[in-house]
Design a protein around this ligand. Structure first.
Ligand code: GDP
Ligand code: MN
Length: 403
C-alpha cells in the first residue's frame, strides 16, 4: 500500500527521522492558514507547495489546467493562496502518472529548507528495500540526489552505494557510518546522517514497510540532514497489525477496478491487453498470462480467484473484467483439485445467466477432478462459451477469438 508524502513524513517523524516540516491543506484558504502556522512554528518565510498524489516527478510535472508545476516555491506568504489554487483540483501529469494524470485533492505546505548559509545545500538519495535474492534489507544511497535514480543506476552504477542489513541482526552502527562516510560527509553532517539512517531503518522495520525512498535527503546549509520527499510503501500483508497505518489508505489514488476486486477478495491487477483471464492460483495465473501471449494476445489483467472458486467469485470476476473496454475475449483457466470442475462449470453458467448477454467469447479450460463433466456442462449450456481441456486447445481458441 502506498501513502502520501505528508503521511509518510509524519510516520518518519514519529521514529525520530528529521523531516522538512509541513502542514497539509485541501483548499487555498487552508493553505494560507497552514503557511501562517508554519511561519509561527519554524520561522520560515518561504514556502514550498507540494501536490499530494501517489506518484513522483511532481516538481517537473505540470498541472494541465493551469500549467503550474506540481511543486512550487512561494517566496512571499501573499503568494501561497494563489499558488495553491493553481494546483488544487487540477490534474497533475508527471512521468510516473501516465498521460491521463492524477487529480490533486491536497497540497502539503512545507517550510523552505534550501536557505543560504555557511555551505551550499546538497541533495542525496536514500532508499531501503528488501533484497529477496540475499534475504536481506538493503540500504541504497547516492550523492546524486534529486535525480531520477534509475538513470543514475544505468549510467553511473558506481555512484550507488549499497549496504545489506541482516534482518536478524539489525542495522549495526558501523554500517550507518560506512554509508555516511561513502557519501563524503564530515563533521556534524556525518553524525546527522548516521542518526538519520538509523532512525530511518527503525521506521522501515517498525512499520513493516516494503520500500522507503527518500529523494532528496537534504544536507542544509547549516549541516542538518532531513527528508525533503518521502515515498513509503507498506507491506499489505502486515497491515493487520498496523491499524493506524491501514487507515492512511487513499482509495481515490487506486484503480477503481482493483478496489472493487479487493472487496470480493479477488487478487486483480489491471493490465493493458485484450484477453481477460480468470484463474485459480497465482502460479497458474502467471502461466495462463504467458499462454495468452503465446497465442498472440496480450493479457488484460491478472486475476486470481483463489482456492474456493464458486459461482459468486466467478460472477464478481466476470463483472470486473467486463468493465475493461479493451477486453475482446475471456479465458477461464481453473484447476479442479479441491474444487470440482463440474461445480466451476455450473458456476460459470450461472454467473453468465445472471449477468445477461456477455458481448465477448469466453473460453473455459477446466482440468482436474470431473474435467470431462465440466466440459460437457459448458458445451451443452447453449451460451457463447466454449470449453477446452488442454492448454494448447485453449490457446488456439483464444487465437481464433481475437483474430
Ligand atoms: P518530486 O518531484 O515528486 O520527487 O518531489 P520532491 O519532493 O522531490 O520535490 C521536487 C523538488 O522540489 C526537489 O528536488 C527540490 O529541488 C525542490 N524543493 C523541495 N523542497 C524545497 C525547498 O524547501 N526549497 C526549495 N528551494 N526547493 C525545494
Ligand atoms: Mn522526490
Amino acid at each position: 500500500m502506498n501513502i502520501h508524502e505528508y503521511q509518510a513524513k509524519e510516520l518518519l517523524k514519529s521514529y525520530g527521522v528529521r523531516i522538512q516540516e509541513g502542514i497539509v491543506a485541501d483548499s487555498p484558504e487552508s493553505a494560507l492558514k497552514a503557511a501562517k502556522k508554519l511561519h509561527a512554528e519554524t520561522g520560515t518565510s518561504w514556502y514550498v507547495i507540494k501536490a499530494q498524489i501517489h506518484a513522483g516527478g511532481r516538481g517537473k510535472g505540470k498541472i494541465q489546467e493551469t500549467d503550474s508545476n506540481g511543486v512550487v516555491l512561494a517566496k512571499n506568504i501573499d503568494d501561497v493562496q494563489e499558488k495553491a489554487k493553481n494546483i488544487l483540483g487540477g490534474t497533475l501529469v508527471t512521468i510516473q502518472t501516465g498521460a491521463e494524470g492524477k487529480k490533486v485533492n491536497k497540497v502539503l505546505v512545507a517550510e523552505d529548507v534550501y536557505y543560504p548559509g555557511a555551505s551550499e545545500p546538497k541533495e542525496y538519495y536514500l532508499s531501503i528495500l528488501l533484497d529477496r535474492a540475499k534475504g536481506c534489507n538493503v540500504i541504497m544511497a547516492s550523492t546524486e540526489g534529486g535525480m531520477d535514480i534509475e538513470e543514475v543506476a544505468e549510467k553511473h552504477p558506481e555512484k550507488i552505494i549499497k549496504e545489506w542489513v541482516d534482518p536478524k541482526v539489525g542495522l549495526q552502527g558501523f554500517q550507518a557510518r560506512k554509508v555516511a562516510f561513502k557519501l563524503g560527509l564530515e563533521g556534524n553532517a556525518f553524525k546527522e546522517m548516521v542518526k538519520f539512517i538509523s532512525a530511518l531503518y527503525n521506521a522501515y522495520i517498525g512499520s513493516d514497510a516494503s520500500q522507503f525512498e527518500i529523494n532528496p535527503v537534504l544536507k542544509t546549509s547549516d549541516d542538518k540532514i532531513l527528508a525533503v520527499d518521502a515515498k513509503v510503501n507498506l507491506d499489505d500483508n502486515a497491515l493487520y497489525r498496523h491499524k493506524d497505518l491501514a487507515e492512511l489508505r487513499d482509495l481515490a489514488e487506486e484503480d477503481p477496478l482493483e478496489v472493487e476486486a479487493g472487496k470480493s477478495d479477488l487478487n486483480y491487477v489491471k493490465l493493458d491487453g485484450n484477453v481477460g483471464c480468470m484463474v485459480n492460483g497465482a502460479g497458474l495465473a502467471m502461466a495462463t498470462m504467458d499462454m495468452i501471449k503465446l497465442s498472440g494476445g496480450e493479457p488484460a489483467n491478472f486475476l486470481d480467484v483463489g482456492g474456493g472458486a464458486n459461482a459468486t467469485t466467478v460472477e464478481a470476476g466476470f463483472r470486473i473484467i467486463l468493465q475493461d473496454p479493451n477486453v475482446k475475449a475471456i479465458l477461464i483457466n481453473v484447476f479442479g483439485g479441491i474444487v470440482r470442475c463440474d461445480r466451476i462449470a455450473n458456476g460459470v453458467v450461472e454467473a453468465y445467466k445472471s449477468i445477461g448477454d456477455i458481448p465477448v467469447p469466453i473460453i473455459v479450460r477446466l482440468q482436474g477432478t470431473n474435467a470431462e463433466e465440466g466440459a460437457r456442462i459448458i458445451d451443452e449450456s447453449g451460451l457463447k462459451v466454449s470449453s477446452a481441456i488442454t492448454l494448447k486447445e485453449a490457446a488456439e481458441k483464444v487465437r481464433a477469438a481475437i483474430s
